[in-house]
Design a protein around this ligand. Structure first.
Ligand code: SF4
Ligand code: SF4
Length: 114
């Protein structure tokens, strides 16, 4: 079986469809973050962006997000990924990690055990 594209291509080499398919819509990148000025470390809060629809787990105005939220970041292959959550596929692929662990973790439900 051929290796999946995220193992054989860099983020820059992916087609638009491949790139888009990496995002699982977790919306964790839409949580407010604090960056330590001294260390550059990013801390995630439990506060959602004002445009995040927490019921649907998606941006309520995706088309106009950049003009409505000044620090909304359009994630592109040229972007830096260190600030994204460790489970984010873009960050994992950029760090040379696979996606299989993330997939199995997401399939686990509360109460299923560790
Ligand atoms: S954290 Fe990554 S996978 Fe989750 S919504 Fe944001 S870009 Fe997509
Ligand atoms: S404006 Fe940006 S950060 Fe806010 S919910 Fe929409 S995509 Fe997420």
């Amino acid at each position: 079986m051929a290796a999946p594209f995220w193992r054989t291509k860099s983020l820059q080499e992916m087609t638009t469809a491949e790139w888009e398919s990496l995002c699982d819509g977790c919306a964790r990148c839409c949580l407010e973050k604090l960056e330590d000025e001294d260390t550059g470390k990013v801390h995630y809060t439990n506060i959602a962006c004002r445009l995040l629809d927490c019921e649907a787990c998606r941006c309520s105005d995706y088309e106009n997000r950049m003009s409505r939220v000044k620090d909304c970041v359009k994630i592109t292959p040229e972007e830096q990924f260190f600030w994204l959550p460790k489970t984010c596929a873009y960050r994992r692929v950029s760090e040379g990690k696979g996606l299989e662990v993330v997939a199995s973790a997401r399939l686990r439900r509360p109460g299923d055990g560790a």
